[in-house]
Design a protein around this ligand. Structure first.
Ligand code: HEC
Length: 268
């Protein structure tokens, strides 16, 4: 990490403390951080790590992921994320980026997907390969308009189930995603809650993940974001890349259609 970024992050952290005192909203602060480090996001390092992993032979089959078909043909990474989730003929199901990566890691490299999904998120002590791969692949859609299809009946079905999950109330507080994200101008403490039923908010939320989280010092994926919101909802943690998370991602990705993908981003 170059010294300029380290310095700016230190300044940003200091800025956060000031924010707490002066009640400047987190979103204003984040806009300032973004401007300060506009020539370099720490997520770039995770993106490079992911690219290295993509191109390095690994697993029992000692293969790279360079023949992985993310929907636009074997090996095509550019623009692939802007069209995911989508239906894949070879697996007969709708897959998001992570579940597709699992397919490739298993078929091409012979890796054990149970082992990968047991601990799929990075911690301070240990980076996550699937998370870094996600950062790399998503970065290859930067600037490309989201164009997720619901033409295939299975895609339509996934979208419909995702929409229902979004509105499904349950758990100890009877919360749905829509309890926190179905009305405009809601906040929890200093955090603005996007109204994911409104196109502009839904687009802004989706196109900015994965993101480097300044508060955690880690680059986080959209799957991580969903997991954390299941926790906010007091629901059990979903299985990584499970059908429910893919369907919910389908619903949110379609809501973001038309917006140019802007990740990997930067968040508080
Ligand atoms: C109890 C309230 C609550 C519930 C329920 C909840 N969330 Fe969230 N969600 C939040 C908060 C708070 C944030 C912002 C966190 C932050 O800024 O650190 C957030 C952030 C998000 C974001 C990222 C927005 C952005 O611009 O970065 C997405 C996407 C999201 N939630 C989706 C969901 C989905 C899908 C569900 C249902 C599984 C859900 N949330 C349930 C509170 C909630």
């Amino acid at each position: 990490m170059n010294t300029k970024i380290i310095l700016l992050l230190a300044l940003a952290a200091n800025g956060a403390a000031i924010a707490a005192e002066t009640e400047v909203s987190d979103s204003d602060r984040i806009a300032q951080y973004r401007e300060m480090i506009s020539d370099g996001n720490p997520a770039d390092f995770d993106e490079m790590r992911g690219e290295e992993l993509w191109k390095t032979a690994a697993g029992p089959k000692m293969a790279t992921l360079e023949k992985c078909d993310l929907g636009k043909g074997a090996g095509v990474v550019k623009g692939a994320y802007a069209e995911l989730p989508r239906f894949f003929k070879d697996t007969g199901r709708v897959q998001d980026l992570e579940s597709r990566l699992l397919t490739c890691m298993s078929t091409l490299q012979g890796l054990n997907t149970e082992e990968i999904t047991a601990q799929p998120f990075a911690t301070e002590k240990k980076p996550s390969d699937i998370s870094s791969l996600t950062t790399y692949v998503t970065g290859q859609s930067k600037g490309i308009k989201m164009a997720v299809s619901v033409k295939h009946p299975k895609e339509k079905e996934a979208y419909e189930i995702g929409r229902r999950i979004f509105n499904y109330r349950a758990g100890p507080y009877d919360f749905a995603c829509s309890t926190c994200h179905g009305a405009s101008n809601q906040r929890i403490r200093m955090q603005d809650l996007p109204n994911l039923k409104v196109q502009k908010d839904a687009q802004g939320a989706y196109i900015s993940w994965p993101a480097y989280r300044v508060s955690q010092g880690l680059t986080r994926s959209f799957q991580w974001r969903l997991n954390d919101c299941f926790r906010q909802q007091r629901f059990p943690e979903p299985k990584f890349a499970s059908e429910a998370t893919v369907d919910l991602t389908m619903y949110l990705a379609v809501s973001a259609n038309g917006a140019a993908f802007a990740g990997p981003g930067l968040k508080r």
